[in-house]
Design a protein around this ligand. Structure first.
Ligand SMILES: N[C@@H](CCC(=O)N[C@@H](CS)C(=O)NCC(=O)O)C(=O)O
Length: 203
């Protein structure tokens, strides 16, 4: 099992899940310039990470990879068997992947959408406001809970990765106390610490 990643990017969620599963895996660190090389495009035609290679099987898309790992390793208990609980984990995974992540992508890639600096700042401000609304929904969801979906699941490392991005982009979530305590709690986890160390990231 091999995970292609960029340090601190969305594959960090998969990396943490691999640590939680506790079975051997390999990492392949990519540089951003290598993502559009023909070798890598043969694995993922859109030239993005994560890519998971398991024998002859090549899988892309964070949600699919995370669910694949949870299904292969049911003992890790990261995707419940109960149909409604499973749907709830998928709901929050989609919230991370299709709502929060998508908006961050617009900030990280703003130069690709708008040319002039004022326009770029306008877009960043609008997206930041949207992200604050979205994070507030998760903050409310976390009230009285240690983990987003009630028990530890695939969602938590994804949310942690997104919260790291919020810090990197100075998006102020300090008033969202449940998110703050979630962040401190999950960052103290030994699997999270191991993944951060392997990716050369500071806490
Ligand atoms: N929908 C994809 C998005 C993957 C994605 O956007 N990956 C980013 C890192 S977080 C990336 O590789 N960006 C580099 C690029 O697209 O050039 C997923 O969920 O896996």
């Amino acid at each position: 099992m091999k995970l292609y990643y960029l340090p601190g990017a969305c594959p960090l969620a998969t990396h943490i899940v691999l640590e939680w599963i506790g079975k051997p895996y390999e990492l392949h660190k990519m540089a951003r310039e290598q993502l559009k090389n023909p070798d890598f495009l043969a694995l993922n035609p859109i030239g993005s990470v994560p890519v998971l290679v398991d024998g002859d099987f090549v899988l892309t898309q964070s949600s699919a990879i995370l669910e694949y790992l949870a299904d292969l390793n049911p003992e890790a208990d990261l995707l419940p068997q109960n149909v409604q609980q499973r749907a709830d984990v998928r709901r929050w995974l989609a919230f991370c992947n299709a709502d929060l992540h998508r908006n961050f992508a617009l900030i990280f890639g703003v130069q690709g959408y708008v040319q002039n600096p004022d326009g770029q700042q306008q877009l960043i401000d609008a997206i930041t406001a949207r992200l604050l609304t979205l994070f507030n929904v998760v903050n409310t969801q976390l009230e009285g809970k240690r983990w987003v979906a009630g028990t530890r699941s695939l969602v938590d490392p994804y949310l942690y990765t997104l919260l790291r991005w919020a810090r990197a982009k100075d998006i102020d979530l300090s008033a969202m106390e449940n998110l703050q305590s979630f962040y401190a709690r999950i960052e103290a986890d030994s699997g999270v610490q191991a993944a951060l160390k392997e990716e050369g990231l500071s806490v």
